[in-house]
Design a protein around this ligand. Structure first.
Ligand code: MSP
Length: 517
């Protein structure tokens, strides 16, 4: 199985995490867990984007130093990620001395190469996005996403981004899956039809001192996006003197997938690849841009506008793992989706409590009632269902690894479970088990359902690791493994270790049917 270096954006710590941050991070966590389950070697990184004017202003407001501010925020982000069951391997802070050294070395290399020059600049700056806009890109005096800009005239350093334009267009054309999904790729190619301007990569210290010093001019700090994007290679071990870190970089960099939101498409698909081309670093394998979670009235849930639904609020209502499921299932890659507490509850009740949960409790109640608390002995199972399960397992893997269409894969799993529920209802095992003549047919239904539940627990374990481990323990009463569901991906349907085992459990519902907000 392949290697993977999976990243989330590094978030601005100017406020506590909100549903947008949580979504990107949960999506990346689920993909990382699937790759681990398929036997891949994964390094999963997230972190904070600590420099720049926004952070300086957030710290000033609290009358503390930017350094203390970002360190406090790190604890808050990590606490939320722990609660949401995020299994990152590295938490990156751009204030780390090693990262700053990498930024400095990269700037020095580009300066020496002649790819950075000084010039006077007049333009419009958006503090909220930390981006300069040329006049022609403003719409009614605001940024394309409607944010305020201020006019700035100053001397600055520039990266010759424009001279890499054709190379970038050629690369995107030659690598159709580099920017994903296709709608985003077309957006980037459309943007690149206009001449690409050079990128301002400095800020005079007289205006902003919170950043990485330019190695060739002590009066300037580095533009926050230039510093932030370099977190990806630096966090993995680029230019490290430590041989383990360097080895990790060499092994994994070529298999990088960046997960980002559509609002940071241009910085990742234009600034970043041209920076890498100039630095002669290979480009990431893929950049995957998801849409936004919108309020039910269609507005964006952005922290800057104060309309924040904190992810933890819904955790208290439905629990962490059902929320992970909702987010993974609810957004089609590349499109926007709407988030409301009612929709979360509706989805979770329908799929988890009524569909999966019901199948589990109904089949286990029959084990308790008709099988003397012993799981059926090995015997025949229904092949029609097996056939469907077999196909499901293979296609879920392809949908996730090759296509990254997690929502479609989950939709497929629950459609399959619908069919199994229907099979269970139609077969009426409760009545078959009552008489000796039909008992064997009843046991066949139970066996079939147990095999399905066993495999589904495994298929869904990256989305709901603890709940699925609990489910796996329920149907493997004597299993030594604490986490039967997270063992390696087993495609073999005949593997079910618990036939004939004593089952002493009571049937506890896996997911409640009612939630209160
Ligand atoms: N610091 C930069 C990223 C630098 S990466 C080298 C940044 N940070 S951010 O804190 O603003 O976080 C942005 C991430 O959160 C983006 O991926 C963005 O799409 C995501 N979301 C913010 N609001 C969102 C929604 N309402 N819905 C889904 N995700 C959105 O940009």
């Amino acid at each position: 199985m392949n290697n993977l270096f999976l990243t989330t954006p590094i978030f601005y710590p100017n406020d506590v995490p909100h549903i947008g941050h949580a979504y990107t991070t949960i999506l990346a966590d689920i993909l990382a867990r699937y790759h681990r389950l398929f036997g891949g070697d994964v390094f999963f990184m997230t972190g904070l984007d600590c420099h720049g004017q926004k952070i300086q202003e957030a710290a000033d407001k609290r009358a503390i130093s930017p350094d203390s501010h970002v360190n406090e925020m790190k604890d808050r982000f990590c606490a939320v990620w722990e609660k949401l069951n995020i299994t990152y391997d590295r938490f990156m802070m751009t204030t780390e001395p090693y990262h700053k050294e990498v930024v400095s070395k990269c700037l020095a290399a580009l300066y020496e190469k002649g790819d950075i020059y000084k010039a006077s600049y007049e333009g419009w700056y958006c503090v909220s996005e930390e981006i300069f806009y040329p006049e022609k890109d403003l719409i009614d005096g605001k940024t394309p996403s409607g944010k305020d800009v201020v006019k700035i005239t100053e001397s600055n350093y520039f990266f010759k981004m424009g001279s890499y334009q054709q190379q970038l267009i050629d690369y995107i054309n030659a690598n159709p899956k580099f920017i994903y999904p296709e709608s985003r790729r077309n957006e980037v190619l459309g943007f690149l039809k206009q001449p690409l301007e050079d990128l301002c990569i400095s800020r005079p210290k007289s205006r902003l001192s919170w950043g990485v010093d330019l190695p060739f001019d002590p009066d300037f700090v580095t533009y926050v996006w230039f510093d932030a994007l370099l977190n990806y290679p630096s966090g993995l071990g680029y230019l490290s003197e430590d041989s383990t870190e360097r080895h990790r970089y060499e092994k994994l960099w070529g298999d990088t997938i960046h997960i980002i939101g559509k609002d940071i498409l241009m910085t990742h698909c234009v600034y970043w690849p041209t920076m890498l081309m100039a630095l002669e670093i290979p480009l990431p394998r893929r950049i995957v841009a998801h849409g936004w979670w919108l309020n039910s009235d269609g507005g964006k849930m952005s922290k800057s506008e104060g309309k924040v639904i904190r992810p933890l609020d819904m955790v208290d209502v439905v629990g962490v793992e059902p929320l992970r499921y909702f987010l993974a299932r609810g957004m089609r890659l590349g499109l926007d989706a709407s988030f409301s507490p009612d929709e979360v509850i509706k989805r979770v009740s329908a799929d988890l409590a009524n569909n999966l949960g019901n199948l589990v409790s109904r089949s286990l109640s029959l084990v308790a009632k008709y099988c003397g608390d012993t799981l059926p002995e090995q015997g025949s199972i229904v092949s029609g269902i097996n056939l469907g399960l077999d196909t499901l397992i293979t296609s879920v893997k392809t949908m996730i690894v090759d296509d990254l269409t997690l929502d479609l894969a989950l939709e497929k799993v629950f459609l399959f479970l619908n069919d199994v529920n229907k099979y269970f209802n139609d077969a009426k095992p409760w009545s078959l088990l009552k008489s000796e003549e039909t008992r064997e047919n009843g046991l066949e239904v139970l066996r079939t359902t147990l095999v399905v539940i066993d495999k589904i627990a495994q298929i869904l374990s990256p989305v709901m690791p603890e709940k699925m481990a609990e489910l796996a323990r329920t149907i493997h009463p004597n299993s030594k493994s604490d986490n039967a569901a997270s063992s390696n991906w087993q495609v073999e349907l005949s593997v079910f270790a618990a036939w004939g085992q004593k089952w002493a459990g009571e049937v506890q519902p896996l997911f409640p049917k009612d939630y209160e907000i």
